[in-house]
Design a protein around this ligand. Structure first.
Ligand code: AMP
Ligand code: MG
Length: 349
């Protein structure tokens, strides 16, 4: 069933949706980051359906979504001072923390056998309402087939997953468009395993220290042990081959992209900042300008839906303009490097 939250969903429908969760079914719901495909996190059979629907690797653990801070103690234990400070500062919001899990509560397939659990408290009112009225924590990865760009736009999501879930709740385009910042505290230092809207700098301001995991920008070698299993996999990729171009100097960057537009034998689509189209010398039909004037908020918000759109235009190559690895740019570049499967060109200064 499809529900448009703003236009149609009433209390009776909310009950129907929440009963689906209680009864072990899958629903797709909005959060402020991206859409999630959710199931009762306390029901291993329901959780198993998520892995099947997405084609998700069975060693890639899920994030458990809760509606209030009191729920944290029910699913996690031995929470340290640093963890508590992070929880108090960044929750609710686009922030996930890895905590020691209560083994008797959270089924093994949620955490893929790890003794930790990823916990997030969305601030999106629809997500919050659904979790509250379901009365259980909801395990939910991003709403997309594994490996594809995360679902941030309801048309894309319906096409890809409608037949695999019992309900879809339309809450409009995702506000942030990039998944949450995932943090694990190791030896009292917060380590960013996956960058997001909450930046390392914001974390440092609160705790006084922060580390970014090596795998945030680096390519993971076969058999390498990683803190966050999700980082091993191909991710955020459209069907069409992609190349990422980035560098400090904007003019060099634009020049490199225009060079490809001139020389590439085949159809090319470029994703970049609106103002750069003219200098890149590409037609409007083949250019997806997703933000203005280095507006990283818009770039992050629109990138996943643009990657899907680029596929539809029909090209042999998608060239993506990169951004500086600062602030929100850290999260954007982390995603884009994976989108391109590390096929990138860095303009030297
Ligand atoms: P997704 O829900 O698809 O956005 O991905 C969730 C991310 O959180 C993946 O990168 C997972 O590997 C990571 N994650 C979930 N649970 C844990 C955990 N217990 N320890 C480390 N990373 C985790
Ligand atoms: Mg995902």
């Amino acid at each position: 069933m499809y529900y448009n939250w703003k236009k149609t969903t009433n209390t009776d429908e909310l009950k129907v949706i929440c009963n689906l969760i209680k009864n072990g079914e899958l629903i797709i719901f909005p959060t402020e980051t991206v859409y999630g495909i959710g199931a009762n996190a306390l029901d291993s059979k329901a959780v198993g359906k998520i892995f099947l629907a997405k084609g998700r690797a069975s060693d890639n653990p899920l994030i458990v979504h809760i509606a209030n801070k009191d729920s944290i103690d029910k699913i996690a234990e031995d929470i340290t001072d640093v963890e508590n400070k992070l929880i108090d500062t960044f929750m609710p919001g686009p922030f996930t923390i890895i905590l020691k899990k209560r083994k008797d509560v959270i089924p093994d397939n949620v955490t893929c056998g790890l003794d930790t659990v990823a916990v997030r408290m969305p601030r999106n009112i629809i997500a919050k309402t659904i979790i509250t009225f379901s009365g259980v924590p909801i395990a939910a990865p991003s709403a997309n087939i594994s490996g594809k760009p995360s679902g941030t736009n309801i048309e894309d999501i319906r096409k890809e997953l409608e037949s695999k879930v019992s309900a879809i709740i339309d809450g409009g385009d995702s506000e942030i468009g990039l998944e949450s910042t995932v943090v694990k505290v190791i030896d009292e230092v917060p380590v960013v395993l996956r960058p997001g809207k909450i930046t390392p700098e914001q974390i440092r301001e609160v705790i006084g220290d922060v580390r970014i995991d090596n795998n945030v920008f680096g390519k993971i070698k076969n058999d390498e042990k990683v803190e966050s299993p999700g980082m091993k996999y191909k991710h955020y990729a459209p069907v069409t081959k992609c190349e990422l171009i980035y560098g400090e100097d904007e003019r060099d960057l634009v020049f490199e992209i225009s060079k490809r537009v001139r020389k590439f034998e085949g159809n090319i689509v470029v994703i970049g900042f609106k103002e750069h189209r003219k200098d890149i010398r590409i037609s409007e039909e083949r250019f997806l300008g997703i933000a203005s004037n280095n507006n990283l908020e818009d770039y992050g918000k629109n990138i996943f839906s643009a990657l899907r759109k680029a596929d539809k235009i029909g090209a042999n190559l998608i060239v993506i303009e990169g951004v500086k690895k600062e602030g929100l740019g850290i999260a954007i570049m982390n995603r884009l490097l994976r989108t391109c499967d590390y096929n990138y060109f860095e303009c030297s200064t």
